[in-house]
Design a protein around this ligand. Structure first.
Ligand code: NAP
Length: 334
């Protein structure tokens, strides 16, 4: 119904030109593709780039808590140009450069439909490729640091897994807000990238004794906040790295781990999960305001890593999970 299946290892829906016509028709006449009310506030975007997030692979594989309605096209983080607008849309016009934090029809496509509430203007100085690296990474990093950890200027933060999409974003944001930033990566190139993007100090999480090196750096006091990308590996060590009143924020988790709850007691530390999907509209608007300030003043500079054509989306999904060393955000280019 919505496009032809690309017969690759993983089914990715691709828009056909007939569908583009259908969507334009729908936006014009309200109601063919979505129901009339929804269509009224939607926009059609010509996609130039779309971010690949690990969560896309969990959803595709059916192991994520949220199961999509089928047929399903992945992709929430699109950057592109407005092609058409529903009649109720006042914020955008045809030709505007935009990025999205969610789409109705999926972003791994040449065209996508999004609710205008989920669309933001993309400043000229940010490329489409970079625009596809903003939404999930930066909104998650901001949420983890401020809404969940309550991070304050002058505190220290360990971004445990700093070389990927969320990690680079967390380093840039934390540095801009006056935190002392420690970051980890698993390759020399990754370590360099993390240093270039806000970290004061870096550590290699593939080195056997790197936890001791972090302890040496933070001393008796420990680290105030840990933004954790692989908690099923690191949570037990994280609890030992924290300061009094320290907070671990679980962003990434790919399995279970044994911890000793006693490790939280003497220093009254806490472990808090974060889910971007749980953010309220008010929280999202707050994050957006802070991130737009970062784009204006220049500290928010999305770093993109490997790029793939749309037909290689299946390869991107394999590579993001079995990465040998992240170097910023993975994107599909249309
Ligand atoms: N909770 C939420 O709402 C939310 C939102 C977004 C993302 N996430 C999750 O957060 C995680 C990171 O997302 P992402 O987009 O940044 O992924 P990504 O771009 O693939 O980056 C993965 C990061 O994990 C690092 N890593 C690998 N081994 C590690 C280890 N032993 N200890 C610490 N870090 C390690 C990688 O470092 P090297 O490659 O340099 O080794 C890289 O920095 C994923 O699991 C994702 O599903 C959750």
């Amino acid at each position: 119904m919505i496009g032809s299946l690309v017969a690759n290892k993983h089914p990715i829906l691709k828009f056909t030109s007939r569908l583009q016509q259908e969507i334009k028709f729908c936006l014009k006449h309200h109601g063919k593709f979505q129901n009339a009310d929804a269509c009224y506030y939607q926009v059609l975007i010509k996609v130039h780039a779309c971010g690949v997030n690990p969560v896309d692979t969990y959803i595709r594989a059916g192991v994520y808590a949220r199961k999509p309605t089928l047929p399903y096209t992945p992709g929430s983080d699109v950057a592109g140009v407005i092609e058409a607008t529903g009649k109720g849309v006042t914020k955008f016009k045809t030709g505007d450069r935009v990025f999205t934090c969610s789409t109705v029809t999926g972003g791994y496509a040449e065209y996508t439909i999004a609710s205008s509430d989920d669309v933001f203007h993309l400043p000229e100085k940010i490329s489409f490729k970079q625009g596809a690296a903003i939404s999930v990474p930066y909104f998650t990093a901001y949420r983890a640091l401020f809404y969940k950890a309550g991070a304050r200027p002058g505190e220290s933060v360990l971004v445990h897994g700093a070389s990927g999409g969320v990690g680079i974003a967390a380093c840039q944001i934390a540095r801009a807000y006056g935190l002392k930033v420690l970051g980890t990566a698993g390759s020399q190139d990754g370590l360099n990238l993390v240093l270039e993007n806000g970290a004061h100090e870096v550590f290699n999480h593939k080195e056997e004794n790197y936890i001791n090196k972090i302890k040496e750096s933070t001393g008796e006091q420990g680290v105030n906040v840990i933004i954790e990308m692989l908690s099923n590996v690191n949570l037990s060590n994280d609890l030992k790295l924290l300061s009094s009143g320290g907070r671990v924020i679980v962003v990434g988790c790919r399995g279970s781990i044994e911890i000793n709850p006693r490790d939280t007691m003497a220093k009254e530390t806490s472990i808090t999960g974060v889910s971007l999907f749980s953010q309220t509209k008010a929280e999202r608007d707050g994050s957006a305001a802070a991130l737009f300030a970062g784009m204006e003043s220049g500290w928010l500079k999305p770093v993109t890593g490997p790029e793939y054509p749309l037909e290689k989306a299946y390869q991107a999904h394999e590579d993001i999970i079995s990465s040998k060393g992240a170097l910023g955000k993975m994107v599909l280019i249309m």
